[in-house]
Write a protein that binds this ligand. Structure first.
Ligand SMILES: Nc1ncnc2c1ncn2[C@@H]1O[C@H](COP(=O)(O)OP(=O)(O)OP(=O)(O)O)[C@@H](O)[C@H]1O
Ligand SMILES: [Mg+2]
Length: 222
């Protein structure tokens, strides 16, 4: 699915250069569930943004299904972002003036031009069916994250990129999100999850530990 070669990302920060990713080479197979972990600042978010077509690397190539993401046109990359890859952020980025239902519906409309997904069935699965008429400000943090998750899943992306989706949540909500990601994996999606939570490591088919932008350890899981 993904083939990354000599991937580096440098940021300039107050006159200094930060090497967020340092010459990474690895592949992600279709239907793999890869869990990224490592200390704060090790490069997890940077890597997810690059995989999602949202951040241009400083050097190296990122191929997804044979297509060199950053050599393709901006329009092609936008299409990839809209259709193939779905992002779940720690900050939910919901539209505050729209209801939960409309937040999900807008995502679907933007993706396909017309709404056809079953929002109610998905909301049922995520336990937010009775919250759909509310705006984000009227929802708990856990409910907002589940709406954000629904907004991503309704578009049925082949690849799900999740950046600490349980970071702000209590145990019950964390379990709902974890179970939902596991279910998406069983349905054949490729998942890359960045997390600080030890107990989420076991969700993956492989864990990859980053340390200052380099791979410290890559372990398959049984
Ligand atoms: N836009 C930016 N400009 C400058 N430096 C950045 C930028 N984004 C990230 N960095 C730096 O790049 C490095 C990697 O950051 P990144 O956010 O990818 O780490 P992370 O592993 O996701 O950390 P965390 O676990 O805290 O979310 C850090 O040193 C960070 O300060
Ligand atoms: Mg991060």
């Amino acid at each position: 699915m993904y083939d990354l070669q000599h991937l580096s990302k440098l940021y300039r920060k107050s006159g200094e250069t930060v090497r967020a990713l340092d010459d990474l080479d690895f592949k992600i197979a279709p239907c793999e569930f890869l869990v990224l972990h490592g200390a704060s600042g090790s490069g997890k978010t940077t890597l997810l943004l690059i995989l999602g077509g949202m951040l241009t690397p400083s050097c190296g190539t990122v191929r997804c299904n044979g297509v060199d993401l950053y050599a393709s046109s901006r329009a092609d990359r936008n299409r990839f972002r809209r259709t193939a890859a779905g992002f779940i952020f720690q900050q939910f980025h919901l539209m505050p003036y729209l209801t939960a239902y409309d937040n999900i519906r807008v995502a679907l409309a933007l993706r396909s031009g017309h709404a056809h997904g079953d929002i109610h069935a998905l909301a049922e699965r995520l336990g937010i069916a009775d919250r759909l008429a509310h705006r984000p400000g009227e929802l708990s943090v856990g409910e907002q994250q589940r709406v954000a998750m629904a907004r991503t899943l309704i578009c049925e992306p082949d690849i799900i990129l999740a950046d600490e989706p349980t970071g702000n949540l209590d145990a019950a909500n964390r379990n709902i999100i974890a179970e939902c990601l596991a279910e998406e994996h069983r349905r054949g999606r490729t998942i890359v999850l960045a997390t600080h939570e030890e107990r989420l490591l076991e969700l993956g088919t492989r864990t990859l530990e980053l340390d200052q932008g380099r791979i410290k350890e890559s372990l398959p899981r049984p």
